[in-house]
Design a protein around this ligand. Structure first.
Ligand SMILES: Cc1cc2nc3c(=O)[nH]c(=O)nc-3n(C[C@H](O)[C@H](O)[C@H](O)COP(=O)(O)OP(=O)(O)OC[C@H]3O[C@@H](n4cnc5c(N)ncnc54)[C@H](O)[C@@H]3O)c2cc1C
Length: 337
């Protein structure tokens, strides 16, 4: 247990907020011990995995727990499928690479997403045509009130676009201890429909891609488009892509001919990056904070000195200008603490 602890190395924005108490736990028993400390001292709790989806807007006057539970296990389900379970503290990308080394398919499109396995259900992480809900079986959680362990299946997790029960009514009630996925051992489902993957595979001269080829293509695309948090503080996409009614979209189309949208029934998903760019934010810097020059959806700690409050205020200005120009209210994807 450490006191007055700087969280700068523990969040990918590189914000220098302090935790009143900080503990790193490697076993469920250690977790229970620190939870009982927080109960005795009535401390608010904050769990951290890789810190790649949080914005710390102020010092945290409670106990921050970094979950370091490690371990991966396998159970063959049938001649084509395997159930693979990873503990919360496993690094997500290393876990994906581990599965690809064993030729287990299903996670390849989710290569190079920062963060830990235990956080992956929080917002149903997704990229390049795949979300974890596509291969998710269950997650084991600890109920923070009763300290009982429970298993949440796919349905109970209520996954949506960058959403789950853990961001809604389950918020702050559970800590995820491990996650299980159903992967293929052969007859892999190769997903290359997502435009950029096809183009990248062509660039690599690959006609019949394997799951490892898809992962390589995804890694190449991500490295060319997204800033590396080790070099410049960021938390990936700061906002969700808004979904608006078709009628509102059609109205906007009359005003903005080039507006992009992906129809889904009576609704249309509009790329937040496009909306932000149209408001002139791409590459724009105010003080220590900027919108990234290649991807306006990504807010960066441009000087490395930004406070969480500055980043939050910057994001509010973006929300206000998109609302004013398009009448669309952007929602933050990053967890604001
Ligand atoms: C460069 C970059 C690219 C990204 N690209 C993508 C992308 O393509 N797709 C995507 O979906 N996301 C993306 N993200 C966002 C982020 O990587 C994911 O949301 C990731 O799952 C966050 O994991 P983490 O361990 O870092 O979470 P943290 O930031 O540590 O935590 C996120 C939230 O979960 C809570 N939490 C942490 N661990 C647990 C636990 N075990 N149980 C319960 N609650 C917990 C925290 O309190 C916090 O509220 C990107 C981020 C960056 C920096």
């Amino acid at each position: 247990m450490q006191e007055n602890f700087s969280l700068k190395p523990y969040n990918t924005f590189g914000v220098d907020a302090k935790a009143k108490y900080f503990a790193e736990v490697s076993t469920t028993d250690e977790l229970k011990d620190v939870l009982s400390f927080s109960k005795t001292n009535t401390l608010p709790l904050l769990f951290l995995g890789g810190g790649s989806n949080v914005l710390l807007t102020k010092d945290f006057d409670g106990l921050v727990i970094q979950l370091n539970l490690k371990g991966i296990s396998e159970e063959v389900l049938n001649e084509n499928e395997i159930l693979i379970t990873a503990k919360a503290g496993e690094n997500w990308h290393e876990f994906v690479m581990h599965c690809l080394d064993k030729n287990f398919g299903g996670l390849e499109n989710l290569s190079l997403i920062p963060g830990n396995v235990g956080t992956s259900p929080m917002q149903n992480i997704g990229a390049y045509g795949t979300e974890i809900k596509d291969i998710f079986v269950s997650c084991r959680v600890l109920n923070l009130k009763t300290l009982e362990i429970a298993l949440f299946n796919l349905k109970q997790c209520q996954f949506g676009y960058r959403d789950s029960i853990f961001k809604q009514e389950g918020k702050g009630k559970y800590v995820i201890l491990e996650v299980s996925f159903r992967l293929t051992m052969k007859n892999h489902r190769i997903k290359t429909e997502y435009g950029a993957i096809k183009t990248e595979l062509e660039n690599l001269n690959i006609e019949k891609p394997t799951i490892q080829d898809v992962s390589r293509a995804v890694i190449n695309i991500r490295q060319s488009k997204l800033p590396d948090p080790k070099q410049i503080g960021n938390a990936g996409s700061f906002f969700k892509n808004p979904t608006i009614p078709l009628t509102q979209f059609q109205e906007l189309q009359r005003k903005f001919e080039n507006i992009q949208g992906y129809p889904n029934g009576d609704f249309v998903k509009v790329p937040a990056g496009w909306l932000i760019e149209q408001c002139g934010w791409k590459g724009k810097q105010i003080g220590n904070v900027a919108s990234h020059k290649l991807q306006s959806l990504v807010i960066i700690n441009a000087t490395g000195e930004a406070t969480g409050k500055e980043i939050f205020d910057f994001s509010t200005e973006i929300i206000n200008s998109v609302k004013e120009k398009f009448g669309i209210e952007l929602e933050r994807e990053v967890n604001i603490i």
